[in-house]
Every structure is written in C-alpha cells, then in structure tokens.
Design a protein around this ligand. Sequence first.
Ligand code: NAP
Length: 322
Amino acid sequence: MSRQRNILLLGGSGFIGKQLAFTLANRGWLVTVPSRRPHRNRALLVHPGIRLLEGNITDPASLQDLCAGQQAVINLVGILHERRKGDFRRFHVDFIKTVVDACGASGIRRLLHVSALGADQATGSSLYLRTKGEGENLLHTFGQRELRVTSFQPSVVFGKDDNFINQFAGILRWYAGYFPLACPDSKLQPVYVGDLVDRIVNAIEDRDSYSKRYPVCGPEVFSLRQILELIIDTLRLPVRILPLGKGLSRLQALVLQNLPGKLFTMDNYRSLQTDNVCRDCELCTTSLRQYIHGLSAMFGNKRYYDQFRKNYPSAGSSEDHS
Ligand SMILES: NC(=O)c1ccc[n+]([C@@H]2O[C@H](COP(=O)([O-])OP(=O)(O)OC[C@H]3O[C@@H](n4cnc5c(N)ncnc54)[C@H](OP(=O)(O)O)[C@@H]3O)[C@@H](O)[C@H]2O)c1
C-alpha cells in the first residue's frame, strides 16, 4: 500500500491556490489549506482529499503546528496592494522567514513557492516586484541548506475566478463610450491557471527542479490595450479604449489608490513600467484568445458576461481540476 502523501498549501484558498488544491487532491495528495475565512471557501470541502482549516499562518507557532506530518509545503501567499504600510515586506519577505523556520523545525525538506515574473530585489520597478524578489532570494539562499526549493514566476494568470479578466469584464460591461486606460502599451504574456498548476504539481517530486526559478508564460504576448479590446469584442460592448499617456496614467493611479477597493495603485503603475514577458523559457500552451473565444462560442454573446460568471468551469469539474 502506498504511503499517504501530505502537503500544506499556504494561500490555498486564493484563485491559483484553489485550482492547485483540487489538482493535488485529484493526484492523491492529502492537502491542508489554512484560511483566515474558511466559510468563504466552502467549495474546497467538496473534495475528500482537501482539509480546509481556520488558521493564522503568520503566527509562527500555528504555522509549525500546521507543518507537523507534512512532506512538502507550497507557498502562494501574496498581495497586490498594501492595506497598511509595510504589508509587502511583511507578506513577501518576513513571512518567508517564518515559513523557512517552520519547515526547519518540522523536518520538512521540500518547499515550492509562487513568486511573480519580473520579481527582482535590486531592479524590480515596483515595491511589489522588489519584495517578491527579496523573498525569493531569501528562500534560495538562506533556505538552501535545509530545504529543496523551487520558485515559479508567472506572468498574469487567467482562468476561473481570476482577478484580471473578470475584473476588467466586470467594469467594462457597465461602461459605454470611451474607457480611459492607463499603461495601454504595457506588455503581458497571460498564462492559464491550469497550465501553471500542472507545472507546480509536476515539480514537487522532480529532483531536476530543485533550486530552480521558473518564469511561466502563456503562448501570446498582448499589450494591456489588446487584452481589453479582446474582452470588448467578445462581449460586444459599446466601449472604445482611450489610451492614456504616462502623466494621465499616473494621475489615474493616484486617484484610484485612494478609493475603496484600490483598483489601481501607483505601485501597480510602476509594475506595468516593465514588460511582463518571458524570454528563453518553455511556454505554456493555453491561449487566452482561444480560451475567451471558446467560452463565447459555448455560451453565446448575448448576456455573455453573466454566463461567463455562472458557467465558467466550476469547482470540481474536469476542466480546471483534472
Ligand atoms: N493571479 C495572478 O495573476 C498572479 C500573477 C503573478 C504572481 N501571482 C502570485 O501568486 C500567488 C497567488 O496569487 P492569487 O492570485 O491566487 O492570490 P489571491 O487569490 O489573492 O489569494 C491570496 C491567498 O493568500 C492568502 N492571504 C492573503 N493575505 C493574507 C494574510 N494577510 N494572512 C494570511 N493569508 C493571506 C489568502 O488566504 P485567506 O483565505 O486567509 O484570505 C489567499 O489564499 C501570490 O503570491 C501572487 O503574488 C499571482
């Protein structure tokens, strides 16, 4: 009889984390997912291979308890906006130290980490990217002796419940006329969540991936403007893009970062100053263009967005969780 394999998924209740939890559980892992708000993540409970727990993972003692009996840890905890000054450092750097210490104290030897494309401690164009880079460096140096570490650096990720296509589609559907778009020419190489998840799961027991940092991108490079135009065309919305120059893009960020929800901040603006594209890496295959066209063909363009939200492959279906 094969030994039960246990894995702790930090950030497993988020967009990428949920997909990862289902895929791991489908492949025989017993997945522990701590969350601050488990009641919001009940979809995870449908799979018998997933244990959803309430827990404060930033508390070192609680994290050590969660690590007991695990063979590996995957860390996806990350934020795009600071609620309080210092949050980027707290979650992208300090939390990494807590994770490494907890792994050390529990005898865990395998740690996988989701960073971000463009993360660089020294040259990252935003605090998000610099702190992501610092956390990664910490893991690959300080964590190195005790832990076998692998990091993934995805470009923007799309799929069910993403905060990217869904967010833009959600705003644009209520819009008519010209939509003022900041940083319209910034380049992105969107990657499908299922492709990213497969890479992570395949790496867990792959010795060749130890100590490696993998950029992860989809097959197509888009400008931000092209992505919005793809949504507008697919949803047949009465909207045209009004591209903003640098000055107005900054102004938009300054205004929006002070409104509830922080749709766009100065730090996001700075992240978009560097193209988020992969060079010299094996590309994932799922195309954003085909994915969106496929959904449109399946559900029709009439009230497409509602269908998109309701019928986007749901938790437990084979498309996203196989
Ligand atoms: N989505 C993308 O396009 C993209 C692109 C590049 C890199 N990444 C990176 O990939 C990782 C996952 O992204 P995602 O889009 O899946 O994120 P997400 O949906 O925002 O999920 C974030 C997760 O982190 C946990 N978390 C956040 N703040 C926390 C806190 N203060 N204390 C404890 N837990 C906290 C949340 O758990 P709770 O249940 O407790 O709220 C949640 O499970 C992040 O590190 C992100 O930087 C994402």
